[in-house]
Structures are given as C-alpha cells and as structure tokens.
Design a protein around this ligand. Structure first.
Ligand SMILES: Cc1cc2nc3c(=O)[nH]c(=O)nc-3n(C[C@H](O)[C@H](O)[C@H](O)COP(=O)(O)OP(=O)(O)OC[C@H]3O[C@@H](n4cnc5c(N)ncnc54)[C@H](O)[C@@H]3O)c2cc1C
Length: 370
C-alpha cells in the first residue's frame, strides 16, 4: 500500500489508537480533536479485554493494563444494606485517564491538533475532504471518523445516522477514596450492586487519574441507571446556567437543588452504603444511554471506527476494547491489501459483524438491567 494522507476526526481513544498505528506504518497522519481542554475525566475505570491488551502491546505501553485495582468479589445488597449474595469473581479496573494520557503520549504532538472542530466531510471523485468551522477544507486519501456518538462523519455513510435513546440514563459519580464515609467502606475492594424492579446501581474502585493504586489514592466510581421518558431528556441535559447538551450532562452542570433531589431519591430507594456514596459526590454527571448501529462503516475514502460506528451499552464494558479492535483491523487491512478499496472492504467485512454482535449483547444486558 502506498503512503496515504490520512486525516482522523476525533482524538479520543479510537482516534489515537488508529493514529498511532498508522503513523508508525509510515502514513501521513493528522488527528483533529474538537476539545481544547483535554479529555481527562471522560471515563472512569475500564475492564481490560483482549483487543485492548493487543493494542497496548502494539503501541508499546502494555504496562498500563497492569496498573489496576482488583475487585475481589461481587456483592448484591438487600435494600437495608445487608449483603444478600456474594460471588467470587475477581476483576481488575484500569484508569481511563491513565490509559488516555499514556496512549496520547505515543502520538507525535505535531500530528495531534486540539481545538479543531470538524463540521463535515464530503467525498470527491478521488479524495475525501474535511471541512472545518471556518470553512477551511483539507483533502485526504482517507478520512477516519473517530468522533464518537455525535459523529459528523457518520451521515456521509449512513442515511439514518441518529442515535436511538434506550429509555434510561446513567447518573455517575467519581470520588476520591478518602471522601467515602466510614459507613460506606463495605463498598471498597469489591464490585457492589443493588438491583430491584426499575433500580440498578453499582460501584467499584478505580485507580487515581495517574494510575495510583495505593490505599487512599484510588477513586470510587458509582453508576445509577434510571429510567427516563424521552420527552424529559432535554430538561435533564440542561445545566444550571441554561446550557443544553445532546447526550449527557457533564460534571459541575447540575444545580444544588437537583443534587439535593438526587440525594433524596437515593435515600428513599437505595441501600445506605450507596446513599452515602452518592451524597459524597459534589458534582454528579448524567450519561444518556443511546444505541447506534452503522449499516455501512466505509465508503470510497471514508471509514468509521469506535463509537462513531457502533454505540454500545455501558454494561458491556467493551467500548474501548471495540475501538481497539477496529483500529487493529483497519491497520491490518491497509497492510495486507493492494489498494484502499480492497482494504476498506476487508475492514468492513471483519468489523461490521463484531459491532453488531456487541451492540446486541449490550441491548440484552440492558433489558435485564432495569
Ligand atoms: C461516562 C462514560 C464512561 C465509559 N466507561 C467505559 C468503560 O468503563 N469501559 C469501556 O470500554 N468504555 C467506556 N466508555 C466508552 C468509551 O469511552 C468509548 O467507547 C471509547 O472511548 C471509544 O470511543 P471513541 O474514541 O470512539 O469516541 P469518544 O470517546 O466519544 O471520542 C470522540 C472524540 O471525538 C471528538 N469529536 C467529536 N466530534 C468532533 C468533531 N466534530 N470534530 C473534532 N472532534 C470531534 C470528541 O471531542 C471526542 O474526543 C465510557 C463512555 C462514557 C461516556
């Protein structure tokens, strides 16, 4: 394969994975990331999986997967806070922040351009062209859409590019371990759940933002899935300053009154350790749960990877691993194919069924979660 001019829209994990591998293979690569303030705090902890280990090895930072916090068991609370069931299923959580910052440090800085929102992509006869907010345009042999669930690249390939609301949201908190009060320490070192009709809450420890795993340096991550009517989403995703968001409400955007309502709801429905954990988070966030399955992942000069192609439910814990698998498959297809068209066909044939499989699996888990 000749040296390609590759431009990547989106510089989170999917974009970085692909960018690093393809730059190493000698292609002319640039990543355009909309955010200028950094991506720290986008995720909390993640479970290491096969494709993530493979890509970390390929990039040369496999040590990240070894810096984790082990939850030794799973416990299921009764409503009064007593433990109903215990399962010995050890699982390790890696820090999203540490993974992101380590991976980002392997991308050539001059090729990772932040504060660069892309507004659209078009294809001409022999190239793709990305369009920036100021109408500046740039040609590429290949544009990789790694721009997540609000992808601006997706509509070029898929007639219906909209995400479908799954009927529930995840309220989230991420607190320093020392902030967790004494009455909630049963939550530490284990996965804890409370599941009842219409209620699903869980929590677990993750390393600190720089991969800290010592006692007192870790963070506690809780997630409370709650059903919401689609008509209420706009209100839910409006911050205290009136700013609205399409898919989530970030940390710091909730008014004090809404935080108090959340705490009151927790006190009236959840076991005491989770009530305490929720009270300990001064800035909860809300993530809308959406589904999207691409009918096409490729066109002549454009390809989708990661959440831009398939948005899967968080219960799978596979979003990052799927992004890694996409990047590895795309890189391999470009390596073994004679031309771009053959490579993209090969990539889509391999990854379309995988994306569909994980998306279906996530829907099944979601249906049994609430
Ligand atoms: C709160 C939360 C918790 C999560 N927890 C886990 C977990 O535990 N385990 C797991 O495996 N996965 C988890 N995920 C999912 C995981 O983070 C993603 O699946 C993974 O990062 C791959 O995403 P991505 O890079 O494809 O897209 P994203 O992470 O969504 O990144 C898209 C990037 O594109 C940029 N962008 C968007 N539009 C434009 C534009 N127009 N121009 C330029 N740039 C643009 C965005 O700023 C962003 O940086 C979580 C996600 C969220 C939101």
């Amino acid at each position: 394969m000749k040296r390609l001019r590759i431009r990547i829209v989106g510089g989170s994990l999917a974009g970085l994975f692909a960018g690093i591998l393809l730059q190493r293979d000698g292609h002319d690569v640039k990543i355009y990331e909309r955010s200028s303030s950094g991506l720290a705090g986008r995720g909390a902890g993640l479970v290491g999986q096969h494709d993530l280990f493979r890509i970390l090895r390929a990039i040369g930072c496999e040590h990240v997967a070894r810096v984790g916090v082990v939850a030794h068991e799973r416990i299921y609370f009764n409503r009064d806070g007593s433990v109903g069931e215990t399962f010995r299923t050890p699982q390790t959580q890696i820090s999203w922040d540490f993974l992101y910052s380590t991976v980002a440090s392997h991308m050539a800085a001059e090729s990772y351009l932040i504060g660069q929102p892309v507004t659209g992509v078009i294809e001409t006869l022999d190239a793709a062209q990305i369009i920036f907010a100021n109408d500046r345009r740039e040609d590429a042999d290949l544009v990789i859409g790694a721009d997540g669930l609000g992808s601006v690249v997706r509509p070029l390939l898929n007639g219906d590019a909209s995400n479908r609301f799954a009927g529930y949201v995840a309220w989230r908190g991420l607190i320093p371990e020392p902030a967790l009060p004494q009455e909630a320490t049963i939550l530490l070192d284990r996965f804890a759940f409370y599941v009842a009709s219409g209620i699903h809450v869980l929590g677990y420890l993750v390393p600190g933002p720089h991969g800290e795993t010592g006692y007192g340096e870790r963070r506690y991550n809780w997630v409370w899935y709650r059903p919401v009517a689609a008509g209420d989403l706009q209100n839910l995703f409006t911050g205290s300053d009136g700013r609205t968001f399409d898919y989530s409400l970030p940390r710091g955007a909730l008014s004090d009154e809404r935080i108090r309502m959340l705490q009151a709801d927790a006190a009236s429905t959840l076991p005491p350790p989770f009530v305490r954990a929720i009270e300990s988070e001064p800035q909860p966030s809300i993530q809308g749960i959406f589904d999207f399955e691409a009918a096409r992942m490729i066109s002549a000069h454009t390809v989708l990877i990661g959440d831009a192609a398939f948005v899967v439910r968080p219960h799978t814990a596979m979003g990052v691993s799927k992004a890694a698998g996409d990047a590895l498959a795309l890189r391999n297809a470009l390596l073994v194919s004679d031309g771009l068209s053959e490579a993209l066909d090969r990539y889509e044939q391999e990854r379309l069924p995988v994306g569909k499989y994980i998306a279906d699996y996530g829907k099944r888990l979601g249906a049994s979660a609430l």
